[in-house]
Design a protein around this ligand. Structure first.
Ligand SMILES: Cc1cc2nc3c(=O)[nH]c(=O)nc-3n(C[C@H](O)[C@H](O)[C@H](O)COP(=O)(O)O)c2cc1C
Length: 331
């Protein structure tokens, strides 16, 4: 077994925090236990209860953070071992979900080098003549990814994505929660820390101001005029993707494990030289989930957990991550 020093723990957490989380809420904390084990701790108040009523996306986010920790350890020749589930309340704000020891001696993980480069790409994609090659590489690397590459199917799914998203956005609570996690002006005190800021959302200052009104006070009047859906549409971006990728995992799988694979899939997309953004609404909406399952011929033993739009970025990627400081993540 290997011992974690406070300095090493800070380095590890700095890398583990680059994992994706729903709405960038960052629910994961870490605690070094008295016996030298490390616990993954849930910050129980950090939630998006309207978008994620079952808490599944929070657990998937924890799983991604756990994989982030595993990859940070891997870069140092270390690995997670003797993992146990604990589910123990530590305080009104924190509950430990699992703990593990750390061992030495592990083969380098080819995905570890992609952690700092991966990010959500919310801009347009460009076509490239060698498009099929990276998608084939992706499908070969992971049997939980189904790539839909037909242009006509992608265009149709782009329409479904807008319909699914709009059906959720129509709810007042949903919009209020989304706006609460959005940081549409750099003057927001959390702009660089958490949530979805306008840089991450690939919005100009004007677009961000418009979004504030369209999702806020003007939504109902615009909706009555039949304009809200068109103003919020993301169809053109989705339709410019090289592929729609279905992320499917075994029915009944522990969501922490699902989250680990979700992150690894996204890193694999990065390794293939592509960028991606999830479209959770397509998986969360029962009707569109069903349509996609049929289109992708997803087996009955698999759950369609999420959907990525994947392609080549229209502009060079400048990886950036808006995250809480390490000190706040070690509790
Ligand atoms: C479970 C889960 C669901 C997500 N769903 C969406 C989504 O529907 N739309 C979206 O734009 N981003 C989605 N994301 C991406 C997060 O918003 C993103 O990871 C977070 O803002 C951190 O930014 P980064 O990925 O650039 O590091 C999701 C992430 C996770 C973990």
């Amino acid at each position: 077994m290997s011992e974690l020093t406070p300095d090493l723990l800070r380095e590890l957490v700095a890398e583990a925090r680059l994992a994706p989380s729903v709405h960038n809420i960052q629910p994961t904390r870490w605690r070094l236990l008295g016996d030298g084990r490390l616990a993954l701790v849930d910050a129980t108040a950090v939630r998006a209860p309207v978008a994620d009523p079952a808490g599944h996306d929070v657990l998937v986010s924890h799983g991604a953070a756990l994989e982030g920790m595993s990859l940070a350890l891997n870069r140092r020749g270390l690995a997670i071992t003797a993992m146990t589930t604990i589910e123990q309340t530590l305080s009104p704000q924190f509950a430990a979900l699992c703990s593990f020891a750390i061992r030495q001696g592990v083969a380098p993980d080819p995905l570890a080098g992609h952690v700092a480069h991966r990010m959500s790409w919310r801009g347009k994609f460009v076509a490239s003549p060698d498009d099929p090659a990276p998608l084939v590489q992706l499908a070969v690397a992971r049997d939980d990814l189904i790539c839909i590459c037909h242009r006509q199917a992608i265009a149709e799914i782009a329409g479904w994505a807008d319909q699914a998203e709009f059906s959720f956005v129509h709810g007042d609570d949903y919009r209020a929660e989304l706006l609460d996690w959005m940081r549409l002006s750099p003057s927001h005190p959390h702009y660089l820390l958490d949530g979805l800021n306008r840089d991450a959302l690939a919005m100009s200052a004007v677009e961000a101001t418009a979004a504030r009104f369209v999702l806020g006070s003007l939504f109902r009047p615009l909706d009555r005029l039949g304009l809200a859906a068109a103003l919020l549409a993301d169809r053109a971006k989705t339709a410019s993707a090289s592929a729609i990728v279905l992320f499917c995992r075994p029915v009944g799988e522990d969501p922490l494990t699902t989250g680990r694979h979700f992150y690894r899939s996204w890193l694999e997309i990065d390794r293939a030289g592509l960028v991606a953004c999830p479209i959770s609404a397509l998986a969360d909406h029962p009707e569109f989930n069903d349509r996609l399952r049929k289109l992708g011929k997803v087996g009955a033993d698999l759950r369609l957990v999420n959907v990525f739009r994947v392609g080549r970025p229209a502009k060079p990627l400048k990886p950036r991550h808006y995250r809480l400081p390490v000190d706040r993540l070690i509790v």
